[in-house]
Design a protein around this ligand. Structure first.
Ligand SMILES: *[C@@H]1O[C@H](CO)[C@@H](O)[C@H](O)[C@H]1NC(C)=O
Ligand SMILES: *[C@@H]1O[C@H](CO)[C@@H](O)[C@H](O)[C@H]1NC(C)=O
Ligand SMILES: *[C@@H]1O[C@H](CO)[C@@H](O)[C@H](O)[C@H]1NC(C)=O
Ligand SMILES: [Cu+2]
Length: 672
């Protein structure tokens, strides 16, 4: 009996004994990677305010999260959860009297462990509340009211929105936001009705408008055909969609205990972070032949999303957003709508995060988990054996963890899809509304100069931009010590007359030794990428591994010396590999708002550390260059991309060879 077997039996018996004691409700034991609870957030608030009472200090919380437990401790805990104790700690970034404090709190001991002031450039994630205050300012600001009147617009129909300002070489930075305003008259689609020509800069510390210009005036585009609410549409409706019911007579195939999920051969943990959104940890897969669970992914999440717009004019140049670091992916998550955002067979999880004053708030239905049907897992029709009819086909059932992050105009639908075959597919889909520039052009023939976008409707330019997502993927294939392998496909010419062929291709595999070997721009040559465990081989001698099947190749088009690109330098490669380092979490830096690119993945990797047979992290940049079309207007049908992590010589053979298709459903009350 292997030690893993003993442990499994041990935990099996412990669960049994628990159930005999508490026979009614299953006991949910807190997992050390569980996000902070409401009580813990309140405790953080109490502890910080005890040191910095608001009667004597100005204080706002900008990040409150679980301080990542030491990885070694987590792995030990996983082996023997009863014996290893990990104190819950919280990492906090608060702006106290205009300085960014990094406060580490031990929640068990209820003490501040450390409290350091950030001295470098960049500011923490913006709070939802301060943005809420900012958007009210123009509506009470005389010069703005005059601008609205001058345009003949109704102030009661004006709404404003906040925009991070980036960094363009200034020596001094102050926490500031730009504001743009829109007309909500006759439509909910505000982003297509910008009031242009107005520059508003708000100083966040003073919470007032410190710069205001009103220059050229283009009319606000009409509300015609901009509405997307079903209730405001007039018939005819179509094309028609037919209904489908779903029914799982055996119940769902997955179990959620607290934040831990088990499904088919997978086990993993769903975490939440106010900045990253969903975090998947400790994903392992049960190997039917080896009779044990095998580690695949220690942790995965979206580290940053960079969205640079491509119009260099005064109104637009600064629009180069970092949606995770500036706006917070977690705090921008929206409640999922049952039966619409997720199918009827979904289960939901809530999330909690701290508001600017430290009080916890709840996001209901933050995640949904469901099984998805309808694809084929594998099949074959054998036509080559006379007089025999051989057809074997297996239906695929996948498990999806979904969350939706809505940052202003865009909705990001983010899926983690687990397959019994061992694959993990990361799905990204974009919907929402284009950012529109108002122009005095109704037809393409009137365009005389560069407009930096597509004319998607009369007077409406959908400005060119990119969406670059970077995933942090700490793969631990059968253990921490892994290597990154590049397998180049090479053409070989036959010159010695040994074949009727003149050429063929073969492979050449290379193991990345240092970080510079791990930097890859995909699409430049045919290459396969894999994270392998060089210390574990299959029975035929291949290193066990997982392949990265990358998303479509996207590369930044800005020059490397351009300010937004310095800040977003983590997009310079599609793949990066770093040695695990607990603090290297945010590819654009810990302080991204007005950052200067001093703390990016591109800077960390300049050390060119060893990555061969080390605990390594794979970073993958996937993205979309967005050249808008008319169909993206007034609201965009899903635009999708994604990538796959797929076992490569990890299993001895097809791991779903003996997986049977689910049985046909006998509907209640229906004859067979
Ligand atoms: C301005 O908008 C408000 C709110 O929709 C409306 O009640 C009011 O009648 C409008 N005023 C004018 C002059 O149209
Ligand atoms: C908007 O639609 C209305 C009604 O169909 C039409 O009368 C009006 O001319 C349209 N306005 C513009 C600016 O296209
Ligand atoms: C971890 O990364 C940070 C930032 O790159 C660096 O300052 C620190 O020295 C690293 N720690 C180790 C142990 O390498
Ligand atoms: Cu886009």
């Amino acid at each position: 009996m292997s030690s893993t077997m003993k442990l499994m039996l041990f935990s099996f018996f412990t669960i049994l004994s628990f159930q005999t004691v508490f026979s009614v409700t299953p006991l949910i034991v807190q997992h050390p990677l569980d996000p902070l609870t409401e009580q813990e957030i309140t405790l953080v608030q109490t502890i910080v305010l005890r040191k910095y009472p608001t009667s004597r200090n100005t204080l706002t919380f900008h990040y409150v999260g679980l301080d990542d437990p030491d990885k070694a401790a987590i792995l030990k805990w996983q082996q023997s959860p009863k014996l290893v104790k990990i104190d819950r700690k919280s990492f906090v970034i608060a702006i106290i009297n205009s300085q960014s404090h990094e406060i580490l709190i031990n929640l068990k001991a209820k003490v501040i462990v450390s409290d350091n002031i950030h001295k470098g450039n960049g500011f923490p994630t913006l709070s939802v509340e301060e943005q809420g205050q900012v958007i009210e300012l123009p509506l009470k600001y005389g010069p703005f009211i005059a601008s609205v009147n001058k345009r003949g617009l109704n102030l009661s129909e004006v709404v404003c929105s906040t925009f991070s300002i980036g960094w363009y070489g200034e020596a001094k930075s102050k926490r500031s936001l730009r504001v743009e305003c829109f007309l909500k008259e006759d439509t909910a689609n505000i982003y297509v009705r910008p009031i242009n020509g107005i520059t508003i800069l708000v100083d966040l510390e003073k919470m007032k408008i410190v710069e205001y210009h009103d220059t050229e005036i283009e009319p606000v585009p009409t509300a015609n055909n901009t509405e997307y609410r079903a209730s405001r549409q007039r018939p005819p409706f179509g094309p028609k969609q037919h209904s489908l019911t779903s029914h799982q007579p055996q119940g769902p195939g997955f179990q959620i205990n607290g934040h831990s999920v088990s499904w088919a051969n997978w086990k993993f943990h769903i975490g939440f972070d106010v900045r990253a959104g969903v975090i998947i940890s400790l994903a392992s897969i049960y190997d039917l032949e080896k009779h044990k669970s095998r580690r695949v992914l220690y942790r995965g999440y979206i580290s940053e999303l960079f969205v640079p717009y491509q119009d260099p004019s005064e109104d637009w140049y600064y629009k180069t957003f970092f949606d995770a670091g500036e706006f917070g992916f977690g705090q921008s998550m929206v409640p999922l709508i049952p039966n619409l955002d997720c199918p009827p067979n979904a289960q939901f999880l809530d999330a909690h995060f701290a508001q600017a004053d430290g009080t916890p708030t709840t996001l209901n239905n933050a995640f949904c988990v469901f099984e998805q049907y309808g694809n084929i897992m594998w099949r074959h029709t054998e036509t080559g054996i006379p007089n025999e009819n051989i057809v074997e086909t297996r239906t695929e059932v996948n498990l999806i963890v979904r969350s939706i992050v809505t940052v202003g105009n865009y909705d990001n639908i983010l899926d983690w899809e687990f397959k019994a075959s061992g694959s993990i597919k990361l799905g990204i889909a974009l919907s929402g509304i284009l950012e529109i520039k108002a122009v005095g052009i109704k037809h393409k023939s009137e365009i005389k100069k560069e407009q930096h976008g597509s004319l998607v409707s009369a007077n409406s330019i959908g400005v060119y931009h990119d969406h670059f997502y970077i995933y942090h993927l700490d793969l631990d294939i059968d253990g921490e010590y892994n290597s990154f392998e590049k397998t180049n496909l090479k053409t070989v010419k036959v010159t010695d007359g040994s074949s009727k062929r003149k050429s063929y291709w073969t492979i050449e595999t290379e193991t990345a030794k240092t970080e510079s070997d791990g930097k890859i721009k995909i699409g430049t040559s045919p290459t396969e990428f894999a994270v392998v465990n060089p210390n574990k081989q299959s029975s035929t001698g291949n290193d066990v591994g997982y392949r990265l099947i990358p998303g479509p190749a996207v590369h930044p088009l800005l020059t490397e010396d351009d300010y937004p690109q310095i800040r977003g330098a983590f997009t310079n490669n599609n793949v990066w590999v770093t040695p695990y380092n607990r603090t290297e979490k945010w590819a654009g830096g810990l302080y991204v708002d007005q950052s200067r690119g001093e703390d990016t993945l591109a800077v960390w990797t300049k050390r060119n550390r060893d990555i061969k047979n080390k605990d390594i992290v794979l970073w993958h940049v996937v993205g979309i260059h967005h050249v808008p079309t008319q169909e993206d207007y007034p609201i965009m049908p899903l635009l999708s991309t994604g990538f796959e992590l797929r076992p490569a010589n990890f299993f001895e053979r097809n791991p779903v060879l003996k997986t049977l298709s689910p049985k046909d459903v006998q509907w209640p009350g229906c004859p067979k």
